[in-house]
Design a protein around this ligand. Structure first.
Ligand SMILES: [Zn+2]
Length: 230
């Protein structure tokens, strides 16, 4: 079958009452023709200076591109409802489908004979939902090609990279930062040297929020205040 809005609305209300104690708010349900996901939860997040993070424009999209068994469409909807419950519950899962997600998934699968999985949902949207705050040691490298790339260091190898990077033939400039931007969560920190290209608007945002790193007497630490300008 392919989902319809009526089907989704009816099932959402039914699953909410049955599996989530009716605690989920009414969200926007929509159909999409997406190729890259079956289901997707989107939202707008605003973090006031004081008080709790707010989530608005909560939307669950279900792709109708594929003709699927009805139970799989339902499982996809329930999968997104678990994300919603965790998001609004205020607890942080350690990853997109971390222990909180898996515990709820198992509970529903066992209690209601469902077959919800985590496998086919790792999309760009879900990487965006990896919202753990982590410290990233990031070097922004300007290259002879005129492009910029980033290198992410581990605490154990930042000293070596700090010295080595400026000596690479393709590198014209290196600036180091400490960033907690969650966009950087998606990149692995390989042991070999790897320069990632990153959309320039995103890089600009990350740098604006990051703290420059300085090196003094062999020690690397965040500059006390932001160093502005060039
Ligand atoms: Zn998911």
């Amino acid at each position: 079958m392919r989902a319809t809005l009526d089907f989704l609305q009816e099932r959402y209300a039914q699953f909410n009452a049955l599996m989530f104690g009716g605690e989920l708010p009414q969200v926007r349900l929509r159909l999409s023709r997406a190729r890259t996901y079956l289901g997707q939860l989107r939202y707008r997040r605003s973090r006031p200076l004081f008080g709790r993070t707010k989530y608005t424009n909560l939307t669950i999209s279900i792709s109708t591109l594929y003709d699927l068994p009805e139970t799989e469409v339902e499982d996809t909807l329930i999968h997104e409802m678990i994300h919603l419950q965790i998001l609004l519950g205020g607890k942080r899962d350690s990853s997109t489908h971390g222990p909180l997600f898996r515990a709820k998934m198992r509970e529903i699968n066992e209690q209601f004979g469902r077959h919800i999985t985590v496998s086919h949902h790792a999309t760009e949207q879900e990487r965006q939902q990896d919202q753990r705050k982590r410290n990233h040691l990031m070097c922004v490298c300007s290259l002879t090609s005129g492009k910029q790339g980033i290198i992410l260091a581990r605490p154990s190898n930042i000293s070596g990279l700090w010295q080595r990077l400026p000596q690479l033939p393709d590198v014209t400039d290196c600036r180091w930062y400490l960033s907690t931007d969650t966009y950087l969560n998606r990149y692995p920190r390989p042991l070999t040297l790897k320069i990632y290209s990153i959309p320039s608007d995103i890089l600009t945002r990350i740098i604006a929020e990051a703290r420059p790193l300085v090196r003094q007497n062999g020690q690397i630490f965040p500059a006390k205040c932001k160093i502005g300008g060039d």
